[in-house]
Every structure is written in structure tokens, then in C-alpha cells.
Design a protein around this ligand. Structure first.
Ligand SMILES: NC(=O)c1ccc[n+]([C@@H]2O[C@H](COP(=O)([O-])OP(=O)(O)OC[C@H]3O[C@@H](n4cnc5c(N)ncnc54)[C@H](OP(=O)(O)O)[C@@H]3O)[C@@H](O)[C@H]2O)c1
Length: 251
């Protein structure tokens, strides 16, 4: 895809109130975009918007609930018909030993992960495509993970959701290439990043600012896939020896 200029573009970032999403929002604001951020915590949304009050609008919503996703799709269609970039960033991870007691809790956690990490991403993409494809150029960005290549042992459901998003991104890209070639579908395959999600995982992760820069640069460069940080090596290892890639990711 040709390069994409983000200046004056309207961008929706889910989970823009903290973590990688917040850094993406800050960088987009620096490039002159208009940004709508969605998350559950109004305080976080307000805090991010404070830095660039004329560029950032917060909408509170719990995207693990179908009705809230439908509301966001309707609101964007009505209030932001110029939306040209959707960044599906919000995500959640529950580590769980699924063989341990507390089956009800495991099922509840799994359903929430699937609802936010898969259902909301797919629904927002489908629901906002009519708005996106009406622009002269548009981008859908889905944040997946190196764990889409191979699961880690302590989070099977989370890893399955990211593998689903990888597959969906490829399939949606095929459809856009055929029927709406001006719509770019970018998958960011994320490395370990130091955020609330990975608290307690050690200090091996990359800073969220660097992760966000990789995503924003990838969008501007018109990339289909953005392999962030060490996932570049993972990609090559997986091409040469998939069992080795899975072994590396298991722990
Ligand atoms: N950190 C990593 O190492 C890593 C690695 C690979 C992939 N990723 C992916 O990168 C993305 C961002 O992760 P992160 O590390 O920045 O996570 P994070 O720091 O935990 O932030 C998660 C974001 O998602 C929002 N969110 C959570 N539940 C939500 C819900 N039900 N409805 C709406 N928004 C919700 C949160 O806002 P509220 O709490 O206010 O709702 C927050 O803004 C996720 O898709 C994650 O899977 C992260």
C-alpha cells in the first residue's frame, strides 16, 4: 500500500486510556490526527484527553458487551462519518491453569477474553467498514501478538484469541484487496511490552512508547504486517522451524 498521512485524519483507538493504546494516541496527536478513544475508565480517558483537548474525544464503553459495541458503531456513524482509521487495541489477558478448581471462574474469564479480544474486534471492523470504505483511503489496525504464532502455557484462551485475530486480519485483507483496495488492513504482531497487562512478568518487555512507534510508523508506511521488536526474529524462526518457535513461546 502507498504511504498514509495521518494529519487531520479521524482515528478511533480502543483502549486508548492506558498502556500501548495511550502511547499510540499521544503519537497520533503529535502527528495532527483527531482521535476518539474508548475504554471503561472515564478518569483515564479524561487524563489522556487533557494533553490534547482539541484533538482527543473520550467515549466510555465496555467493549466486552455486545450492546456497548453496537452503541459505539452507531455513534461513530452519526458523529464521526469522516473516520478513516480504526485501531483495535483494547485487550485483556487472564492467565489460568484450566485444570485447577474453579471451573465457573475459568469459563467467565474465557468468555470475557473472547468477547473483548475477538468479538469486539470483528464487530467493530465489520460495523465500521461502511464508514471506512467511504473515505478515499482508510486503515483497520488489529493488535495481535507473537503468541498468535504459538501459545504460552499459562494463557491458552488469550493466545487463541490472538490467533483468531491474526486469521481474521488476513481474511479481511483479502476481501479489501478484492472489493475495496483503498482500505488497508494492518496487523501489528506485538512483542512483550511493559504495561499493566504484563505487570509481574519481569523486566524483559519493551517500553510502550517504542511499541506504539512501531504501530504508527507501520500505518504510515502502508504495511500489512508490523512485526514489533523481537517478533521479527520469531517470524523467521517460525518460517524455518515452526516447532522451535512454539517451544520458545511455551514458557
Ligand atoms: N503488553 C504486552 O506485552 C502485549 C503483548 C502482545 C499483545 N498485546 C496487546 O496489545 C493491546 C494493548 O495491551 P496493553 O498491554 O496496552 O494492555 P493494558 O495496559 O492492560 O491496557 C488495556 C487497554 O484496554 C482497555 N480495555 C480493557 N478492557 C476493556 C473493555 N472491556 N472495554 C473497553 N476497553 C477495555 C483498557 O481500558 P479500561 O481498563 O479503561 O477499559 C486499556 O486501555 C492488547 O490487545 C493486548 O492483547 C500486549
Amino acid at each position: 500500500m502507498p504511504t498514509f498521512n495521518l494529519k487531520d485524519k479521524t482515528v478511533l483507538v480502543t483502549g486508548g486510556g492506558r498502556g500501548i493504546g495511550r502511547e499510540i494516541v499521544r503519537q497520533l496527536a503529535g502527528l495532527g490526527a483527531q482521535i476518539i478513544i474508548v475504554g471503561r475508565n472515564q478518569k483515564d480517558l479524561d487524563q489522556v484527553a487533557l494533553d490534547h483537548p482539541n484533538q482527543i474525544t473520550g467515549i466510555q464503553a465496555d467493549l466486552s458487551k455486545h450492546a456497548e459495541v453496537d452503541r459505539i458503531i452507531a455513534e461513530i456513524g452519526k458523529d464521526h462519518p469522516d473516520l478513516s482509521v480504526l485501531i483495535n487495541n483494547a485487550g485483556i489477558q487472564f492467565g489460568a491453569d484450566l485444570l485447577s478448581d474453579n471451573v465457573k471462574r475459568h469459563i467467565k474469564g474465557a468468555r470475557t477474553e473472547i468477547a473483548l479480544n475477538v468479538d469486539a474486534v470483528i464487530s467493530l471492523s465489520i460495523g465500521l467498514l461502511p464508514v471506512l470504505k467511504a473515505q478515499s483511503r482508510a486503515v483497520v489496525v488489529n493488535i495481535s501478538s507473537g503468541l498468535a504464532i504459538g501459545p504460552k502455557e499459562n494463557a491458552p484462551v488469550y493466545c487463541a484469541t490472538k490467533a483468531a485475530i491474526r486469521s481474521f486480519s488476513i481474511g479481511l485483507r483479502y476481501q479489501c484487496q478484492t472489493s475495496a483496495p483503498h482500505v488497508q488492513v494492518t496487523e501489528a504482531i506485538m512483542d512483550l511490552v511493559n504495561t499493566d497487562m504484563t505487570k509481574g512478568y519481569g523486566d524483559d518487555g519493551m517500553p510502550p512508547q517504542d511499541a506504539a512507534t512501531a504501530v504508527v510508523n507501520g500505518v504510515q508506511a502502508g504495511k500489512s504486517e508490523v512485526w514489533v521488536g523481537r517478533t521479527k526474529f520469531l517470524r523467521i524462526i517460525n518460517l524455518i522451524c515452526p516447532p522451535l518457535a512454539r517451544k520458545i513461546l511455551r514458557t
